[in-house]
Ligand binder design. Sequence first.
Ligand code: PMP
Length: 389
Amino acid sequence: MIYLDHNATTPTAPAVVAAMLPVLSSVWANTSSQHGPGQDAKRVLSTARATVARVLGCKPVEVIFTSGATEANHMAVRGLLAASPSGRRRVLFSSVEHAGHLRLARALASAGVQVDFMPVLADGTLDLAATASLMGPDVALVSLMAANNETGVLMPVAQVAELAHAAGALLHVDATQWVGKLTFSFNSFGADAVSLSAHKFQGPKGVGALLLRQGVPFVPQTLGSQERGRRGGTENLAAIVGMAAALEMLGDVNVEAARQTQLRDRLESGLTAALPETHIWCQDVPRLPGTSYLRFGQLSVDVVLQRLDRLGVAASSGAACSSGGSEPSHVLNAMGVNTEDALAAVRFSLGRTTTLDDITSLLNTLPPLLKPMLHEEMPIPCAAGITAP
Ligand code: PMP
């Protein structure tokens, strides 16, 4: 199988599994227990926390372990908003946040919170001028992703941090697609809170963290004594140890970023040369090294994914399917892309396990399959029911 869906999730690294197994089998006591095994488990937790903090450039006390980025995102927004001064009730989200995060935005709006959306430009980058004009003394919180999971476009975190802080607001950043792929240090990132998820960098699924700057007022959303009272619930120790191992394994991310950029560029130039109908979105703006978001003319993504599946290639679509039809990606919609083009969106996302052979094989096999169809362009109804994760 050629796996080109790393933005959805990544294969768990063997070193991560090796780090987790002894914890699963031997360190199963509750970290809150007073007895010896409980205290042993507590020490393992505190070592993992220290590792996570060291690699991510924050203090151990600033790490709150969660079940992943969705939970971290929700608790950041709800917890920071609940702690904000009474005159500040407005929250800004970008219009291209992860689908789960936009659901939270809508839920807040239905509950009476004033929610505004920071738009993006046609090239997928954040509209900074519009963002600046949305700031004001009533803004409690700005929530912005660091890198978009569909297009890979990098967002101007430092500039938005400046705008938010100048307005007296806090900044939460969903760095789920950034951490593990690009240099990251919480200390210098500029955000007050940052979400991340281990399964995007070869860690296990179901574990992540919210990094919360020490001293920032926060109202816990899941009540319990764990994580200094900020996130209740017995810790998933094996998964936390797995996340620490995955972070430690990253090494110099720039070396891997350069390798993936080269492979991604090879993929894009090869596809464009073989199929001139190929259109690549966001190619000229800063984006994640391994992400390529494109369409082959207006060939339905379902047709493309079926052919890819036949070739043993796993990729993703940018469409959400509801009963009776497909809905275009909200990200492409926010960029002003028309529905026909958006319904042809294919996302290839490369990762640490992607090789040059994978790319060469794809370039040798896919274009001959698509070429004859590009002249027919028959849309086929959507089969799956999910948006690109
Ligand atoms: N935010 C972004 C940008 C993501 O890409 C994802 C995962 N697709 C999430 C949040 C959700 O992460 P998790 O699966 O850990 O809840």
